[in-house]
Write a protein that binds this ligand. Structure first.
Ligand code: UDP
Length: 237
């Protein structure tokens, strides 16, 4: 077993990442690849929590721009995260991993209610805990939910899975002079306006000194390498 730099970690997977190239809904080829990756990660002995987004199905702000009540739209977004969580759980279990979905919105037929101590117990037993339903409150994001859960269960790091290699000084797709940044302090990220996470989530990390690693989930083996302490992606701390 490899030495772990972070014995307990929280991985944030955006809804967008699950949509693959289609851009919406769930691409099960992506889930297949991702769960293979998570199986590898789990074999290292790391205690792993997942927070999934819902932007591939409903985003509250977008639905409200189109005429929906914002609060209802946000609840729809939170329900979308549950749909994604169930998809991930199903495929992870098919691959032999032990998992629990814990929802911030009670729906006992399909998920356990989120109870902090119980979540910690699951993690200690080596179960992958998938935190669904965001924070359970409208006007928040799953980035904030990820940081909140990470702090609550005392994860040592938050891994932000994206489709880019990490943080750049500008958008590398638009600006050829964009520089990759391997390491940043919270202050540097804030001052330069690098969008690592939304402002609420970022503020919580900064205040509580919870390191964030932004990395490319499409790079095979990247998640396990980050957890082993290899320099992958950008670390903000
Ligand atoms: N959401 C919410 N409260 C939360 C988490 C999420 O209201 O604590 C809603 C919000 O409408 C958001 C949607 O759920 O747009 C999907 O989450 P998010 O946009 O964070 O997903 P991602 O961008 O990671 O796919």
């Amino acid at each position: 077993m490899v030495q772990l730099a972070y014995p307990r970690a929280l991985l944030k997977i955006s809804g967008e990442a699950l949509a693959g190239t289609v851009g919406a809904g769930i691409d099960f080829r992506v889930i297949d690849r991702l769960t293979d990756e998570l199986k590898q990660v789990s074999a290292t002995g790391v205690q792993l929590g997942l927070v999934v987004g819902g932007g591939n199905i409903v985003r509250g702000a977008t639905a409200s721009d189109q005429g929906m009540d914002r609060v209802s739209a946000d609840y729809m977004g939170m329900l979308a995260t549950v749909i994604n969580a169930l998809a991930l759980q199903d495929i992870l279990e098919k691959k032999g991993l032990d998992t629990r979905v814990m929802s911030a919105i009670r729906m006992e037929e399909l998920a356990e209610p989120y109870i902090r101590r119980r979540a910690v117990r699951h993690l200690e037993k080596g179960r992958i805990v998938i935190f669904a339903g965001g924070t359970g409150n409208p006007y928040f994001s799953t980035d904030t939910a990820a940081v909140l859960r990470a702090l609550e269960v005392e994860a040592r790091v938050i891994l932000k899975a994206t489709n880019v290699d990490g943080v750049y000084t500008a958008d590398p797709k638009k600006d050829p002079s964009a520089r990759f940044l391997a390491e940043l302090t919270f202050q540097e990220a804030l001052v330069n306006g690098y969008a690592v996470m939304d402002a609420n989530a970022f503020g919580l990390c900064k205040e509580n000194r919870l390191p964030i690693v932004v990395f490319n989930i499409n790079q095979p083996g990247a998640t396990a390498r980050v957890l082993a302490g290899e320099r992958v992606g950008t670390i903000v701390q």
